[in-house]
Design a protein around this ligand. Structure first.
Ligand code: ADP
Ligand code: ASP
Ligand code: MG
Length: 403
């Protein structure tokens, strides 16, 4: 008998009709003779609405209480889905993260799964129950509820599939799979039949929301093959798996990330150790620095520009000014009206000219590039955020001309 893990995102369970639809997918899988473990997210925009409620009452709330609040979203959806399955006449049980054995690190709002204690899950499966597990949550060593970061239910599903050695892990969502660009933004985006873990990891990290990047990291680590597919339209989706030796595709997808701030510091002394001191200060406060650009020194000074997550922009300024009194207000600038546009593809490392094709596409629509970063399988550029959608469309059109 096979064991299948199925995950349903917020839009797939947004209302009663959608919940009944999901219940019928699950019970069909069960009726075909499979054990089924299901992970669900909070309904629709519930998580965002809960965040709004918290901000209204106390914007300086503790992360512990926020986790208690946000985990309630998934508590609602697991119980409703279980009730829908009861209505269809199937044996079912819903479990919160801690009941399903999700032990996590202690850091609230960004906890990582340490291990899954499988005893309860195994007992429920032995009883032939369909098991519905609340995604995005677990418990830490202090017996406090933790959450895994936005989009964390994908990771819950992959972790369960790995722990239970499931035969399949299906991620159901509101689009038909992974596309060459966000299909809601780019009309001609094409569905990919397959994609490698490494490429998917880059796409997810660079803004393709369809899978959470940690879930892809975990799938790669434990070799869990994923299928991303629609909960609405029953057609084959995208398989995410290990690379095969066949030809690597030049570019797999184009992404946009608007959660970016650019920090520029001008006229720093051109002496050794400046970058080290600055960035170690930021690292000590857990600020992740992404693209970094340093100008060539002139007149004994240099400029350093880098990008961080948008919410870290002003904290960067504060930390750097505290540590370096010379960085006065006229020497440090934070720009939050920027976006990072990237292309990802394992084939680009052996294909000269990919970068110039991307830059040409931007030039053709008159978009100025502020910063550039490359790795073996990606190229990212920083541009003004107002041009972001136009840039994605132009680059997509260049690499995936309409058939
Ligand atoms: P869920 O609620 O199922 O977790 P998400 O909203 O987190 O779904 O992710 C699905 C969304 O990801 C899609 O509706 C789509 O707009 C967006 N998306 C962005 N980039 C891509 C891409 N390259 N392929 C597919 N979907 C993408
Ligand atoms: N409900 C959580 C969120 O909105 C987790 C998830 O959907 O994966 O981020
Ligand atoms: Mg999601």
């Amino acid at each position: 008998m096979a064991l299948i893990v199925q995950k349903f995102g917020g839009s797939s369970v947004a209302n009663a009709e959608r919940v009944m639809n999901v219940a019928s997918i699950i019970t069909q899988t069960y009726s075909a003779g499979n054990n089924v473990v299901v992970v669900v997210s909070a309904q629709g925009d519930t998580t965002d609405e809960l965040i709004e409620k918290a901000m209204e009452i106390n914007p300086r709330h503790s992360k512990r209480e926020m986790d208690v609040l946000l985990s309630a979203g998934e508590q609602i959806s697991i119980s409703l889905l279980a009730m829908a399955i009861e209505k269809l006449g199937f044996p079912v049980v819903s479990l919160l993260g801690w009941q399903a054995g999700f032990n996590t690190t202690s850091s609230h709002s960004i906890a990582r799964i340490k291990n899954i204690d499988k005893e309860r899950l195994r007992n429920e499966l032995d009883k032939k129950n369909i098991v519905i597990v609340a995604g995005f949550q677990g418990i830490n060593k202090y017996d406090d509820i933790t959450t895994l970061g936005r989009g964390g239910s994908d990771t819950s599903a992959v972790a369960l599939a790995a722990a239970l050695r499931a035969n399949k892990c299906q991620i159901f969502t509101d689009v038909e799979g992974v596309y060459t660009a966000d299909p809601r933004k780019v009309q001609n985006a094409k569905k990919l039949l397959e994609i490698t873990y490494d490429e998917m990891l880059e796409l997810a990290t660079l803004g393709a929301q369809v899978l959470n990047n940690r879930s892809v990291e975990m799938a790669k680590k434990y070799n869990v093959e994923l299928e991303v597919l629609s909960s609405i339209k029953r057609v084959p989706g995208t398989i995410v798996k290990e690379a095969e030796t066949k030809e690597k595709m030049l570019v797999r997808g184009v992404t946009k990330d608007t959660d970016v701030a650019r920090v520029s510091i001008i006229t720093l002394p051109d002496t050794p150790g400046i970058a080290f001191r600055m960035f170690s200060k930021l690292a000590a406060s857990n600020i992740n620095v992404d693209i970094i650009l340093q100008s060539v020194g002139r007149n004994n000074t240099k400029d350093i520009t880098f990008t961080v997550q948008k919410s870290h922009g002003s904290l960067c300024k504060q930390l750097l000014q505290e540590a370096f009194p010379d960085i006065t207000d006229d020497k440090i600038f934070i720009d939050t009206d920027v976006a990072k546009i990237s292309i990802v593809g394992a084939g680009m490392e052996t294909h000269p000219g990919t970068a110039s094709q991307m830059f040409e596409a931007l030039f053709d629509v008159d978009i100025n590039i502020q910063m550039i970063a490359t790795s073996e399988i990606k190229i990212s550029v920083l541009i003004e955020s107002k041009d972001a959608d136009k840039a994605v469309a132009a680059i997509h059109h260049s690499f995936f001309p309409q058939d």
